[in-house]
Design a protein around this ligand. Structure first.
Ligand code: HEC
Length: 109
């Protein structure tokens, strides 16, 4: 009897966790990585760098002319430099940081 209850419970848990993953996938499908990168950039970077990277507010560097490597961009985002604040905590995940770094590179012409 105890065993039957346990089997029933684990079956229930299994169904529950599957439902969780599928709803997670649907939210991701609504926003492509590029769209997520663009909205993170607008939210956290555009006030100084501008949507096109050229604003240069508070002494911010022109991102469309930046020559930094991928790693240097990621370090800059994480640790900041002078008037550029560290963004690691705001962006929350490594994945978000890489997305934004990719977006920054895309601003170069
Ligand atoms: C408060 C204003 C401000 C915000 C917000 C800001 N930055 Fe900056 N950023 C700066 C300043 C100022 C510099 C120049 C730092 C220096 O070299 O003295 C800079 C430099 C940079 C550089 C280096 C460019 C180069 O070629 O040296 C990158 C890359 C960069 N920012 C990316 C970002 C990203 C991505 C975000 C958002 C996650 C962001 N910044 C948010 C002010 C800001």
């Amino acid at each position: 009897m105890v065993l039957r209850i346990l089997t029933f419970l684990s079956g229930f848990l299994l169904v529950f966790s599957c439902q969780n993953t599928s709803s997670h996938e649907t939210t991701q499908a609504q926003e492509t990585p590029a769209e997520k990168a663009a909205s993170l950039y607008s939210m956290h970077c555009a006030q100084c760098h501008g949507e096109d990277g050229k604003l240069g507010s508070s002494g911010a560097k022109d991102l469309s002319k930046s020559q930094l490597t991928d790693n240097e961009i990621i370090q800059m985002i994480k640790k900041g430099k002078n008037a550029m604040p560290p963004m690691e905590a705001l962006l929350e995940t490594q994945e978000n940081i890489s997305l934004v770094a990719k977006h920054v590179k895309g601003l170069r012409k």
